[in-house]
Design a protein around this ligand. Structure first.
Ligand code: TYM
Length: 339
C-alpha cells in the first residue's frame, strides 16, 4: 500500500513557494485519496530547533499553532489525512534517526547543499543537529515506511539521501523492509523570490517584498507584485526562465494557481501589452485564489479547541503506525528480547 508522507517546518504562515511547491499538491492528493493510500502530513517542529534562537519558546508555540491552522485553511482535511506534530511522535522519529545515523556517511552529509548554505563556517560553533538534519528527515519518512513524498525542488537531495539510507539498511540487515520513497513534484516545484528571481522564495529571507504569504491582504499582494523585479525586454509576455526570470516566475505563479499549462497561461496573457497590466492580472489571480484560505485562517485560529482535537487525533493514528514499525525495525536490528 502507498504511504504518502511529507512535512513542513513551523516558521509561521506559509508563502507562495510552500503553497505552490508543496501544500497545494498535498491538498490534491488529499482530495483524490484512494482506499489503499495512507496520507500523513506533519509539522517538523524538531527540525525548527536546528538553528537555535534565544527566547524562542513562545514564538515556537505560536508558530506551531499557526502551522496547523494554515494546513487546515489550505484544505487539508483531517478526516482524510493525518496531521501531526513531529515532536509528539518524536521518540519514534529520533530513535530511528539514531539507527540511521549509524549508517549515514559523514562525506555524504557534507555534500548536502542546505548544510553548505546554512552552516556558519566556524567549526567551533557548528552544531551537530544542523549537520544531522537530513538524517532526521529520512527517519521522518522511513518511520511510516513512506512510499511517496510530495515536496518542492529544494528537498530533492534530502530525498536521495532517504533512498540511500533505505537501501543501506535493507542491505545491511539483508531484508526488504524499507521501500524506496519516490519524490513527487508539483508543476511549480520552484517559485523564485519576487525581488531577486535568481533565488528561491525563502522563509529565511529578510526582505518582506520577496515573498507573499497565503494570508496576505489584497493590498499587500498588489504592492508586492507591483514591486516585483521584472525586465524591459518586451511587452509581450512569454515564459523564458533564463532571459526573463522575473516575468517567468509571475507566469509560473499564475500557472500554479490555475493549474494550467504554460502554453495556456501565455495565451491568456497575450492580450496584455504593458508590465502594469501583467502585474494587475497576476495580482488578481493570486488575490482571488487566496481569498478562501485567508478567511479560513481567521476561522481556525479562533477555534483552538478544534485545532487541539485535530492534533490529538493525528497523534493517535501516527503513533500507532510508528510504534508498530519501530518494533519491527528493532527486531531486524537484533534489539528484541525474544531470545
Ligand atoms: P520547508 O518547511 O522549508 O518547506 C515546505 C515545503 O515547501 C517547499 N518549498 C518550495 N517549493 C517551491 N518553491 C519554493 N520557493 C519553495 N520553498 C519551499 C519545500 O520544498 C517543502 O516541500 N526539510 C523540510 C521539512 C521536512 C520534510 C521531512 C519534508 C522535515 N522532514 C520529511 C518531507 C519529508 C523543510 O524544511 O521544508
Amino acid at each position: 500500500d502507498a504511504v504518502i508522507f511529507s512535512m513542513i517546518q513551523p516558521t509561521g504562515v506559509i508563502h507562495l513557494g510552500n503553497f505552490l511547491g508543496a501544500i497545494n499538491t498535498w491538498k490534491q492528493i488529499n482530495d483524490k485519496k484512494r482506499p489503499d493510500q495512507k496520507i500523513i502530513y506533519g509539522i517538523a517542529d524538531l527540525h525548527a530547533l536546528t538553528i537555535p534562537k534565544k527566547d524562542y519558546s513562545s514564538q515556537l508555540k505560536t508558530n506551531r499553532m499557526e502551522a496547523i491552522a494554515t494546513l487546515l485553511s489550505c484544505g487539508i482535511n483531517p478526516q482524510v489525512s493525518t496531521i501531526n506534530f513531529q515532536s509528539m511522535v518524536g521518540g519514534y522519529h529520533t530513535e530511528l534517526f539514531w539507527y540511521l545515523s549509524c549508517l549515514a556517511p559523514l562525506g555524504y552529509l557534507n555534500r548536502m547543499t542546505q548544510w553548505k548554505d546554512k552552516k556558519s563556517g566556524d567549526q567551533t560553533k557548528e552544531r551537530l543537529g544542523l549537520f544531522a538534519y537530513p538524517v532526521l528527515q529520512a527517519a521522518d519518512i522511513m518511520i511510516y515506511k513512506g512510499t511517496h513524498v510530495p515536496v518542492g525542488d529544494d528537498q530533492s537531495q534530502h530525498l536521495e539521501l532517504t533512498r540511500y539510507l533505505s537501501e543501506r539498511f535493507n542491505a545491511m540487515y539483508n531484508v526488504d523492509y524499507f521501500p524506496s520513497a519516490k519524490t513527487l513534484y508539483s508543476k511549480s516545484k520552484k517559485i523564485a523570490s519576487l525581488s531577486n528571481p535568481s533565488k528561491k522564495m525563502s522563509k529565511s529571507s529578510e526582505d518582506r517584498l520577496s515573498m507573499i504569504y497565503v494570508t496576505d491582504s489584497p493590498e499587500s499582494i498588489r504592492e508586492k507584485i507591483k514591486k516585483a523585479k521584472t525586465d524591459s525586454i518586451s511587452d509581450t509576455f512569454y515564459f523564458d526562465p533564463v532571459e526573463r526570470p522575473g516575468v517567468s516566475n509571475l507566469l509560473e505563479i499564475v500557472s500554479g494557481f490555475q493549474q494550467k499549462t504554460m502554453k495556456e497561461v501565455e495565451k491568456d496573457v497575450s492580450q496584455l501589452h504593458d508590465y502594469r497590466s501583467l502585474k494587475e492580472y497576476v495580482s488578481d489571480v493570486i488575490i482571488e485564489s487566496l481569498a478562501p484560505i485567508r478567511s479560513n485562517y481567521t476561522k481556525y485560529t479562533n477555534d483552538k479547541s478544534y485545532l487541539e482535537s485535530v492534533i490529538q487525533q493525528g497523534y493517535e493514528s501516527s503513533q500507532e503506525i510508528a510504534h508498530k514499525n519501530l518494533t519491527d525495525i528493532k527486531k531486524i536490528i537484533g534489539l528484541s528480547n525474544d531470545f
